[in-house]
Design a protein around this ligand. Structure first.
Ligand code: 523
Length: 132
């Protein structure tokens, strides 16, 4: 469908931990935690968009690994798709859109207040991490 905006997010992992990012805006989402990412730009594949967003927002190079099955509705016309991604280089910093980052061990993934729409993908990412 064309009239649908895809937002991609990364379940970024490194050393057995999952990255959580705390949003600094907009007001209704600020303070809640998310899997970092953003909207596809014209002509981009979801994987390209994910690599770009994680570079812009966190200053790291990453490699998408696998899509987490499913798709979650956001505001009308927007859907969230999530990929697991591995950290290739760099140490994430909250360069834009976030004011805190946390690496969570699989048993800690409930420790932050995730955006509701991110929770199913976070649960699946935590399950995958435990299995690795
Ligand atoms: N979500 C969301 N979960 C999640 C992300 C990355 C985004 O629910 N893990 C929602 C929040 C916004 C919309 O998706 O309603 C767009 O995300 P945003 O603002 O991170 O996308 P950007 O960075 O592409 O948006 P602009 O700053 O407007 O370019």
């Amino acid at each position: 469908m064309k009239d649908r905006v895809v937002v991609v997010a990364g379940a970024l992992y490194d050393k057995g931990r999952l990255l959580a990012a705390r949003r600094s805006a907009p007001a209704e989402l600020a303070g809640r935690w998310e899997l970092p990412g953003g909207k596809l730009e014209p002509g981009e594949s979801p994987e390209q968009a994910l690599v770009r967003e994680l570079r812009e927002e966190l200053g790291v190079e990453t490699e998408p690994v696998a899509r987490i099955p499913g798709e979650w509705p956001l505001k009308p016309g927007y859907v969230l798709q999530v990929w697991t991604a591995r950290l290739v280089s760099g140490e994430p910093e909250p360069l834009e859109d976030h004011d805190a980052l946390r690496w969570l061990a699989p048993h800690e993934t409930d420790a932050v207040d995730w955006l509701d729409q991110d929770r199913p993908a976070v649960a699946e990412a935590a399950r995958l991490l435990r299995e690795r």
